[in-house]
Write a protein that binds this ligand. Structure first.
Ligand SMILES: N[C@@H](CCC(=O)N[C@@H](CS)C(=O)NCC(=O)O)C(=O)O
Length: 220
């Protein structure tokens, strides 16, 4: 008999809204989990995630990180989603269905988040003015391509997690939901737009915390 996995007691995230941390907050809300929240200033120089104390929790020096009741830590948003969703209807247990969820989690980290999240970070929190126009254009092209791939998949099935909403949807929703703010174009992506609405209608849905600057910047 396998023993019960240790419960989450604390979530380390950032003071500014982070899509990667939001994924964990959304799943926790939907699972009825309320870990203590510790917010770190990632815009500080150096970031509060680069202290020896935090590096002992995550050697990669990034949030989100969860702390478990046995005193251990787990980093990487999508690994955290897998851990928390295990044994629930947010992550199928059948091997192929589960691997297909992983397919979209890896897609999110390799082909989606590096473009949408990074462009959002440069635009909202600084750095866009130091980028060359061709660099910005490349990030925008690659991010837009990822949105096109998502739209194609959603023309075939309602959810990335399979027949039901689950963690692949949560992972991909985080940086897609407000990508139009930084210049991504949804006009031809009807399936993607209706999926965003379906995610927002899920039981236990919570929105991402607001941007403290309250602005909606656009790309030059
Ligand atoms: N692949 C990681 C990315 C985590 C990440 O990039 N975190 C950012 C905030 S969204 C961070 O902690 N930045 C602070 C730093 O790099 O010092 C994940 O999915 O959790």
């Amino acid at each position: 008999m396998t023993s019960k996995p240790p419960a989450v007691v604390r979530l380390y995230e950032s003071t500014i809204p982070s899509g990667n941390a939001y994924k964990v907050r959304l799943l926790c809300a939907q699972l009825g989990l309320s870990p203590e929240i510790v917010e770190l200033d990632i815009l500080a120089q150096p970031s509060q995630t680069r202290t020896p104390e935090f590096l002992a929790k995550n050697p990669n020096g990034r949030i989100p990180v969860i702390e478990l009741e046995d005193g251990s830590f787990l980093a990487e948003s999508n690994a955290i989603l897998c851990y928390l969703a295990d044994g629930t209807h947010y992550l199928p247990s059948e091997p192929l269905a589960r691997a297909r969820v992983l397919q979209w989690l890896f897609f999110e980290q390799y082909s989606h988040e590096p473009y949408l999240a990074v462009l959002k970070f440069w635009t909202h929190w600084g750095g866009l003015d130091r980028k060359r126009p061709d660099e910005i254009a490349l990030w925008k092209t690659r991010g837009q391509a990822a949105l096109g791939v998502m739209n194609q998949q959603l023309e075939r099935q309602p959810w990335f997690s399979g027949a039901h909403y689950g963690i692949a949807d949560i992972a991909l929703y985080a940086y897609t939901q407000d990508a139009d703010d930084v210049g991504f174009d949804f006009t031809t992506l009807a399936a993607l737009r209706t999926w965003l609405e379906r995610v927002r209608a899920q039981p236990g849905y919570v929105a991402m915390k607001p941007d403290p600057l309250g602005k909606k910047p656009t790309l030059p």
